[in-house]
Each structure stands twice: as C-alpha cells, then as structure tokens.
Design a protein around this ligand. Structure first.
Ligand code: GDP
Length: 447
C-alpha cells in the first residue's frame, strides 16, 4: 500500500536528515518533491496545492530554520498537515441507540461493495448480530454472491423470494425478519452500476426514504484514483453520505483517494479494505495513514492486529523477541506460527516503523503456501543449531533437508529469510520509542 508515495517521502526526508540546518532553498526543494509525490499518487491538485502552502508557511517559519533538528520538524509538519487533510479524529461507525441500526452500502459495480458488506458484518459481529440483505436484484449473480459470502463468514442473510424484482420491498421486509431473528444491525447491499446514473440514484433515494439508514457508506475502489473522489462527490450530493469505505488498499493503489476524499467532499473515510479475505477491513485512522504514507510505520495497526489474533501470552513472547537483540531460529518458528494467525507477513511487517521498510519488505515476504516447509526445516534443526544458525554449513544443510523432506535449496531459503528477519528485529530493538508519534502503542511493546 502506498509504496510509491512512501518511497518518495523516505527519500525526501533522508536527504534532509543529513543537514544540520535548513535553508529556505532546502525547504523549497523538499516541498517540490513532496508535491510531485502527492500528484503522482493521484491526489487532487487542489488538495496538493493547499497542503503544500500550509506546509511551506509552517516549515519556513523561523523556529524551524533555527532549530537543531530541522528535518524532523519538517517531517512533523508534513505529518500533521497530511493528518489534517485526511481528518484529525477517527470517524466511528454510528450505531443507533434503538435497534436495529440500518446501514446502506452504496457504490459502483466492482468497487467491492458486496465484499465490504460481509466484511463489515463480520467486524460488527463482535458486539452485534448483523443481518446482510441482498438488495442488488439487477446483477443476477449478486444475491448468490452475498449469500455464499455471508454463509462463509457465518453471518445471517436475507434475500428476495424467487421472482422478486423490487429491491425496496426486500429492504422493507428485512426489518421484521431482523426482529424475528434477533438481529440488531441490518446491512443493505444495494445495486451498483458501471456508471452513476439517475435510475440508480432514484432507487437509492427511495430506499433512504423508506428504510431510514443510520449510515450510508459509499464503497469506492482506491485503485481508481481521481475517479474515486469524483464518485464520492456525486453520491454525496444525491444521498448525503455518512462515510466512505476505500477498498483494495492492498493493491497498487497510490493512496491519492485516502488523502483527497475527505478534503474534496467533507465525508470521512471510515474503513479501508486491505484484501480479499473477510477479515481484511480496518478502521481508517488518519494519523496512522499519515505515518504509513511517510514510511514511519503503523504501530497502532500492528498492535491491533496482534491483539485480535493472538493470545496475550503469544503477544508477550513476540514483544520479547523484538526487545532482545538475539533472534534465534526458535523465535523465527514462533513468528511463522504468528504469521499463520495474523496473515501474510508483508502486511503485518508493513505496519512496523522501520525506516526503508517498504523496500526491505519486498524480499522478506513469506509465501504462505510454503510456510509449512519452512516450519519443517526449522523443526529438523537441533536445539544447538536453532540457537546458532551460523554453524549450519554444507553437511548440516544436507542433513536438515533430508530430515525435513525438503531440499538444500529450501534450507538455504529459510536461512536467508532468517537473516532478513533478524536484521529487521534488530532495527526494531534499537528504536527509540520516543521518536514516534505512536508512543502509546510502542510503550506496550517495549515495556
Ligand atoms: P461489488 O460489485 O461492488 O459488489 O464488488 P465485489 O464485492 O463483488 O468485489 C469485486 C472484486 O473485488 C471481488 O473479486 C473482490 O474479491 C475484490 N475485492 C473487494 N474488496 C477488496 C479488497 O479490499 N482488496 C482486494 N484485493 N480485493 C478486493
């Protein structure tokens, strides 16, 4: 996510870092790079312009130029301004005090609306009993798709009777159905179109009028760049959106929409979709996103993921191996087990505040399907070898390959992965938690 933007920011700030004092020219040169990075990331030019001006005014102030760590101050200003543009405070999902709460999911076809409806239901099912309702009767497969996804995610489903053609009637019927089945949250998956048209809007307006929703969430594909912002503006004008869900942030999305939707429409981004699995939905947090974009990592997200997926015991053991500089094969085995619970390693590690992480991660990814071979390789090592992997040379490699039923090549790969992980753990261990905004989360980790 945001790789291109992140790399740009990293290079801007690393070139500033070398300077003792910044001149106005330095600030200008850095801002030119920042501007280019933002434009390349599909951020609307008006948003970029006002952002750059705000940064320039603050960054060229005397207090910055005269300070001892100017690069850090410029980075802080950029961070704060980015955060401001995306919305300072997280915008929570609104639940009605009087059940049931009704959420309307709207969006263009292919944006990820149906998937997001089930992801959101799954997320809300921690404290609610959601019902997903198939109101997209135009696309023949949409009802089945929702039913299958809901079943897989173990979420209650309501759909049209055979032959039913009126989506509004399905939405209305879902209310008594929800009551009968003790569901306190109704998520309406409405029809999408390839383009915005009047028909679609009228249908959605009628639904809004007859089944008043507490949230109208627009699902937009972040890969569509500028278009995502235009679509948000159009839907907001007709329906009055309460929030936006940006999907496919795991892809090559350049991050522009996350920066521009709020600025252009005033509607907060509430959630982001980060993958195809039902768990891949995160609360949008501007602070977190700004630090992620700038390559400062995302400790809060990392901690949230850890908490969700591991027992307290596990989390403590992971934190322990971050803290000590000694990272052994046993630790790696533990990490591989974590990866199985947390999801792909690149996603988890992407959140860590390691300078240059986006580049380093490219090589360090663990292929999930090969995880079991990696585990087998480590389990075939003696305890002495696991503690001192550097002693694993030719003959030991052959023995381990045989013992684990893999190949010497596989053993070599595991050793290489181990070296990469060790280097990362070392840089995490060395970090000074004070230098990060996410001090609260870090404190827990570095306790
Ligand atoms: P709809 O037409 O808006 O209901 O879109 P769907 O929910 O059918 O999603 C379209 C495609 O995008 C499907 O193949 C989804 O698996 C995929 N998709 C949805 N959300 C995400 C996401 O956050 N990341 C990725 N990688 N794929 C997604």
């Amino acid at each position: 996510m945001f790789d291109a933007l992140k790399e740009k920011f990293e290079s801007v700030f690393s070139s500033l870092r070398g300077k003792g004092r910044l001149t106005a020219d330095d600030v200008d040169a850095a801002l030119r790079e920042v501007r280019r990075a933002l434009l390349e990331a599909d951020v609307n030019y008006k948003v970029v312009k006002s952002l750059i001006e705000a940064i320039r005014v603050r960054a060229t102030g005397a207090s910055v130029l005269g300070s001892i760590t100017p690069a850090q101050q410029v980075a802080t200003v950029v961070y704060e301004e980015l955060t401001g543009v995306m919305g300072k405070e997280p915008a929570p999902i609104v639940i009605s005090p009087k059940p049931p709460s009704v959420f309307m999911m709207v969006g263009l076809q292919g944006a990820g609306k149906t998937t997001a409806a089930v992801k959101l239901a799954k997320r809300m099912s921690r404290s609610h009993k959601p019902l997903v309702v198939a109101c997209d009767l135009r696309r023949p497969a949409a009802v089945d798709q929702l039913r299958v996804l809901a079943e897989k995610a173990d979420v209650a489903f309501f759909g049209p009777e055979p032959g039913e053609r009126d989506s509004l009637s399905v939405a209305k019927k879902s209310l008594p159905y929800a009551e009968d089945h003790l569901c306190d949250l109704i998520i309406l998956d409405t029809a999408g179109r390839l383009q915005i048209d009047d028909d679609l809007m009228s249908e959605l307006e009628a639904m809004k009028r007859d089944v008043p929703p507490h949230e109208i969430l627009l699902v937009v594909d972040s890969m569509t760049g500028q278009e995502a912002v235009e679509v948000s503006a159009a839907f907001n004008e007709r329906l009055g959106l309460s929030g936006v869900i940006l999907t496919k942030m795991d892809g090559d999305a350049r991050g522009g929409p996350a920066l521009a939707v709020k600025a252009a429409t005033g509607v907060p981004v509430k959630l982001v979709g980060t993958g195809e699995r039902v768990e891949d939905l995160e609360a949008f947090d501007a602070k977190r996103m700004a630090s992620r974009i700038m390559g400062m990592g995302d400790m809060t997200g990392f901690m949230e993921k850890l908490e969700q997926s591991t027992t307290a015991m596990d989390a403590e053991r992971v934190a322990e191996s971050f803290k000590k500089n000694r990272f052994t094969m046993d630790d790696m085995l533990l990490h591989l087990e974590q990866v199985k619970k947390l999801g792909p390693l690149d996603k988890v590690l992407e959140m860590l505040p390691i300078p240059g992480a986006s580049k380093a991660l490219k090589g360090a990814n663990v292929d999930m399907s090969r995880l079991k071979y990696s585990e087998a390789v480590i389990r075939s090592m003696t305890s002495k070898e696991r503690k001192n992997p550097e002693i694993i040379k030719g003959s030991r490699r052959r023995r381990i390959a045989q013992g684990s039923g893999t190949s010497v090549q596989m053993v070599n790969q595991v050793l290489a992965q181990y070296e990469q992980m060790k280097a990362m753990m070392k840089s995490i261990g060395k970090m000074n938690p004070k230098s990060f905004k996410m001090a609260g989360a870090l404190k827990n980790l570095f306790r």
